[in-house]
Design a protein around this ligand. Structure first.
Ligand code: PMP
Length: 398
């Protein structure tokens, strides 16, 4: 029975929900949130049609590796589905510590803390260390998780032009020299595929005594010796205070990490609401990430294949005169500049059996509307043939 006085009155929030242009357009054009009925490696299936997946971040192509599947299944069997609580409340488990030690050592840091999502880890990498009296200097093109962390930290935030050391310096020169300052950057920028200009940026950070937070979600597994990431690629790991990242790219899993000195990680465990009040990473997720990390170290063929695939893909896009925003990474945008063009290009790829994702302003800067693609080591020669045919067709449609 519904009590008459409890009958919901329309509210401004419901008005907004029921009259939202973004949602209406998304549903009309059916551009996001597809549900695939089945997946076999890089192939996904929907309504009887098969697509090559070209927008997953499975860079090393490990998501179906038998050793990872086996590790996940064993962990589920031994430890159950979840520890059902935050680690502060009902403790971590041996598998958390083992993964954290392995990650810290791989990254060249003393300690590490893992989270149940990369997003949470990146928020925590900021809120865990930076407070309202500090100043954050943020690259203009940061990922949403970092903006969330910046907002939650309550710190004053100044944005510097994307990957632009001179502009960072200009801003730092105008700030109070005694204030706590944190510079937030990414190793490889997720949308653009740009590698951070770390040597120049870090020199400035040292000069102005800035704490440095690097989100290496897309550099981890791709750059550096054995895939140790962007800091390792430049030999500058010691110069970076905090490295955070995600398991959902090269590690083909789910979860995230923050790595730093032991003092800093213990400090984070005392102060980060994202770990104090959120349940621990599951046994299966931990085991899968750990198995993927072992593969990263022991099976270099995946990275080799990734770069081979990427070279073929880039030369195709170049031949077709497509603007890839000078991407230097397996995350490859195809910048078309107008949302209508993006839509027709995306539709043409779909027609030819290739699944990609549209990214338009405000998700990207105005005039940079793009198709976001990502190459994987798991893409076979046949997949790349299909992608080539689809791209050649799509350019005729814009
Ligand atoms: N940082 C960056 C740069 C990312 O691209 C992403 C995911 N797209 C995240 C953080 C969040 O990671 P996750 O998806 O694992 O939550």
């Amino acid at each position: 029975m519904v009590f008459p006085f409890l009958k919901k009155k329309k509210s401004p929030i419901w008005d907004r929900i029921l009259d939202d242009d973004s949602t209406r357009l998304r549903l009309k054009y059916d551009t996001y949130y597809p549900i695939f009925d089945r997946q076999a490696g890089t192939r996904v299936f929907k309504d009887g049609k098969e697509y090559v997946m070209l927008s997953s971040n499975d860079y090393l192509g490990l998501s179906h590796h038998p050793k990872i599947k086996e590790a996940g299944a064993q962990a589920l069997k031994n430890w159950g589905s979840s520890t059902t609580g935050a680690r502060l409340a009902n403790g971590g488990r041996a598998f958390h510590r083992e993964l954290e030690e392995a990650l810290a050592s791989f990254l060249g840091k003393e300690s590490c803390h893992v989270f149940s999502a990369g997003y949470l880890a990146c928020v925590s990498a900021i809120t865990g260390f930076v407070g309202r009296k500090d100043i954050i200097l943020a690259d203009k093109n940061l990922h949403s998780s970092l903006w969330s962390g910046i907002k939650l930290s309550g710190a004053q935030c100044e944005r510097f032009a994307h990957n632009h050391p001179a502009h960072l310096r200009e801003i730092l020169e105008s700030e109070d020299p005694n204030a706590g300052k944190a510079v937030v950057i990414e190793g490889i920028y997720s949308m653009e595929g740009h590698i951070a200009r770390l040597p120049e940026l870090l020199e400035i950070c040292q000069e102005f005594k800035s704490f440095v937070i690097l989100d290496d979600a897309h550099g981890f597994g791709v750059l550096g010796g054995e895939g140790r990431g962007t800091a390792d690629h430049f030999g500058l790991t010691d110069e970076i205070d905090v490295i955070c990242g995600s398991f959902s790219k090269s590690l083909s899993g789910i979860g995230g990490f923050v790595a730093s000195s032991t003092d800093a990680i213990e400090y984070l465990r005392s102060h980060s609401k994202q770990t104090i009040f959120s349940a621990a990473l599951t046994p299966a997720s931990c085991a899968c990430a750990h198995a993927a990390l072992d593969l990263m170290k022991n099976e270099p063929q995946h990275r080799e294949r990734l770069f081979k695939n990427l070279a073929r893909y880039n030369s195709l896009l170049k031949e077709l005169n497509l603007d890839t925003w000078n991407s230097e990474a397996p995350a490859v945008p195809i910048v078309l500049g107008e949302k209508e063009k993006v839509y027709y290009f995306w539709k043409a790829l779909l027609e030819k059996g290739v699944y990609s994702v549209i990214s338009i302003a405000p998700g990207v800067p105005p005039g940079k509307d793009l198709i976001r693609t990502a190459i994987s080591a798991a893409h076979t020669d046949e997949d790349l043939d299909r992608i080539e045919e689809a791209m050649r067709y799509a350019v005729t449609k814009i």
